[in-house]
Design a protein around this ligand. Structure first.
Ligand code: SF4
Length: 320
């Protein structure tokens, strides 16, 4: 029986701007089971990275509950959160930007162990760092090198080793392969998958590229302008994409076999501003199927099949 590690309930993150309230994350609800991966997919600006940061409380939620093993971390004090954060780590998109260029590989991986006083003896810390380097496939000879001397794949391995140093249960992977060459992408994805199996890790995997998360994720949430507009198991989403936006995303994935190819759906129309949103479907200005109702009401996320939720009025009507 699957057990929930993380339950995110009605989480919102709004930012005040001179033009009005920006709804970066607007009432998102999802669960990630222990040892599983939720892929979170959408275009830049859809709120997926903000959701990841709010879930880790690197950004404070405007509203909602974030339950980690049943405990609402949105209610923890800063001190309590510092302790909790050891269990909840993040791997960033651009390894070079997230690694201190003045520190060696060994110093970067060692840093969290020092800050959180996990291992006090420097000899033991070095031993642990070398173990972590081996775990992520980084040769020991890189211990004293600097991040800029390494390629993107190795730099990302440093970021992964640093996240693992805390023995986390949960990792938010924020576009961890999008800055890497395709061949290196596969190596890092395989590494993350192996680590998940060996250590029972739970991932929230954020990406703009649906094809990256297909085999990697148990479930996939598609986000658009701060909302989850479709949520299903990975296989179900690829077999029965239902929201017009998900269909457009899927149609853009290159497929080798001609008979499996979908007709490419090119999205036209302006993206609705996330500031002072009208009461309407957020996708209406770009949707091929929009009706009058879509411009006057906002669809709720509803279950259309077991475990498959969609926010679209088309699905409110009986098929036929
Ligand atoms: Fe398109 Fe209307 Fe469905 Fe929105 S609710 S996705 S505008 S058909």
């Amino acid at each position: 029986m699957a057990e929930a590690l993380l339950e995110v309930k009605n989480v919102k993150k709004y930012f005040k701007t001179p033009k009005g309230m920006l709804h970066a994350v607007d009432d998102v609800t999802f669960t990630i089971n222990r040892g599983e991966t939720l892929g979170v997919v959408g275009e830049s600006g859809c709120g997926k990275s903000t959701t990841g940061r709010v879930v880790l409380r690197l950004l404070e939620p405007t509203a909602g509950q974030i339950l980690m093993e049943g405990q609402d971390i949105a209610k923890l004090s800063e001190g309590q959160m510092r302790v909790k954060r050891k269990e909840m780590q993040m791997i960033f998109q651009d390894p070079l930007a997230s690694l201190d260029p003045r520190k060696t590989v060994g110093q970067i991986i060692e840093e969290p162990l020092k800050i959180h006083n996990i291992i006090s003896s420097s000899r033991d810390r070095q031993k642990r760092v070398l173990e972590l380097m081996e775990t992520v496939g980084l040769a020991q000879r890189y211990y004293s090198t600097y991040p800029h001397e390494l390629d993107g794949g190795r730099r990302q391995r440093i970021g992964i080793a640093r996240a693992l140093s805390m023995n986390p249960k949960f990792i938010v992977c924020d576009e961890p392969v999008s800055a890497l060459d395709v061949s290196i992408q596969a190596q890092i994805l395989n590494l993350l998958e192996d680590l998940q199996q060996e250590m029972g890790l739970t991932y929230m995997f954020i990406t703009h590229d649906l094809s990256v998360v297909h085999h990697f994720s148990n479930n996939i949430a598609v986000m658009y302008l701060g909302k989850i507009i479709e949520l299903a198991s990975s296989d179900e989403l690829f077999a029965h994409p239902t929201h017009p936006y998900t269909q457009a995303l899927l149609s853009a994935i290159p497929v080798p076999k001609l008979e499996n190819r979908r007709e490419r759906i090119i999205l036209k129309g302006e993206i609705t501003s996330p500031i002072n949103l009208p009461k309407a479907c957020r996708f209406a200005s770009r949707c091929l199927y929009a009706t009058k109702q879509c411009f006057g009401e906002e669809p709720d996320l509803k279950e259309i099949a077991p475990g498959h939720q969609v926010a679209c009025f088309l699905k409110d009507k009986p098929e036929g």
